[in-house]
Design a protein around this ligand. Sequence first.
Ligand code: FES
Length: 126
Amino acid sequence: MDVFRVVHLDELAENHAYRVVLEDQPILLTKISGEPHAVADTCPHNGASLSEGVIKDGCVTCPWHFWRFSLHDGERQGRPEVQIQVYGTRLTADNWVEIEVPPPAIERSLREVLLEHARQGREQTD
Ligand code: FES
């Protein structure tokens, strides 16, 4: 897990969405009630940038088809089984916002995926 210092808290406006890219991961950063929040900036429906949406009542509304996601736990409102990734945030002693970013997922080739699937099938028949 890498931690990135991104901006001073005073530079963030309340309920405004900012897009940052860390470790090739697009992230929506915002401030709600004085606290920073960070979630994935890609809508799981069709891939819209959530940072172009509207933030209200602790949720972001996707600009394309209006799915709403909590900025606290990433859950889609009314469909909690659909989630966006939530990134850990923290403030330094002098109020700089830091975001915790896991390493990017390792891309696997189709061959590797098929081999793993075959191994799992073999284990189930043993
Ligand atoms: S792309 Fe976000 S709701 Fe459709």
